[in-house]
Design a protein around this ligand. Structure first.
Ligand code: OMP
Length: 271
């Protein structure tokens, strides 16, 4: 099965486009978990149990695990083993924003896709397709390329008006990334794009450029992105094509189950 089909299948099964972010920030997880032997894992297990029925995907940002050294990496792996064993149909994303020269990427590919067994990883486009080939070659896994990020300073580089590589015209760099990835890098139909919910106008343009491709959409919840505008701008012709992500807005809300359900319901309503 194509990796995007895995996401679509789960999204249809639970009628949800929600991705719950398991960003288990050690400074923020409730005190009762800190007494446990594996605090981040136990916290994640609780969040997974509270929210899985609403989730089409789970995403983990490796920063929050790397920050605890070998303990954090172990608990990241424990979380993935738990998800693979108990909820194998839920799409899993490691947010690590990797990318290096080709042979170094082989190490990332083995660690993220084979050892941790994530379905997809976030990647920088900056080194180009030739360098990313070890990721792109993995037909069974997803490559989620940063295109228009959600942060306020995203435009510093992404808005640079650059010459189109083939035509005598100029456009913002994020448009070139969208075009390149959809037309040239996506031979194995395993590429996705990161498009922040905080930039719905750009999302609409990117949807026009790339057709049916799937976007990972961070920026809902704590970053203030507009869900209704996001769905309007970003859904593809099949009513899919979006992985709507929220971490802090759900996991540190006091009632993760309720917040996940609310967001799932809002997605259904505006869809
Ligand atoms: P919350 O703001 O807590 O919902 O978390 C957002 C998550 O998405 C964090 O793990 C970020 O690192 C990640 N993220 C963005 O916030 N903006 C982006 O443009 C891209 C990402 C990402 O690649 O996931």
């Amino acid at each position: 099965m194509n990796i995007i089909d895995k996401y679509n299948k789960r999204a249809k099964k639970v009628d949800s486009l929600l991705c719950v972010g398991l960003d288990a920030d050690f400074a923020k997880i409730p005190k009762r978990f800190l007494k446990k032997k594996f605090p981040q894992f136990e916290f994640n297990k609780w969040i997974i149990e509270e929210t899985h029925e609403y989730a089409a995907a789970f995403k983990m940002n490796s920063a929050f695990y790397e920050a605890r050294g070998d303990k954090g990496i172990k608990e990241l792996k424990m979380t993935m083993d738990y998800l693979n064993k108990n909820y194998p149909d839920i799409f899993t994303i490691l947010d690590a924003k990797r990318a290096d020269i080709g042979n170094t990427n082989n190490g990332y590919v083995t660690a993220i896709f084979d050892w941790l067994n994530f379905d997809a990883v976030t990647l920088h486009p900056y080194l180009g397709k030739e360098a990313l080939q070890p990721f792109l070659d993995r037909k069974d896994k997803g490559c989620i390329i940063l295109c228009r990020t959600s942060n306020p300073g995203a435009g510093e580089l992404q808005d640079l008006n650059v010459k189109h590589p083939m035509f005598d015209t100029r456009m913002p760099l994020w448009q070139i990334v969208a075009e390149k990835v959809s037309r040239d890098w996506n031979k194995n139909k395993n590429c996705l794009l990161v498009v922040g919910a905080t930039y719905p106008k750009e999302m609409k343009k990117i949807r026009q450029i790339v057709g049916e491709m799937t976007f990972l959409v961070p920026g809902i919840g704590a970053q203030g992105g507009d869900l209704q505008a996001t769905l309007k701008a970003g859904l593809n012709s099949k009513g899919l094509g979006l992985i709507i992500h929220s971490a802090r807005g759900i996991i540190f809300s006091g009632n993760p189950k309720l917040e996940a359900q609310k967001l799932r319901d809002e997605i259904r309503k505006y869809k």
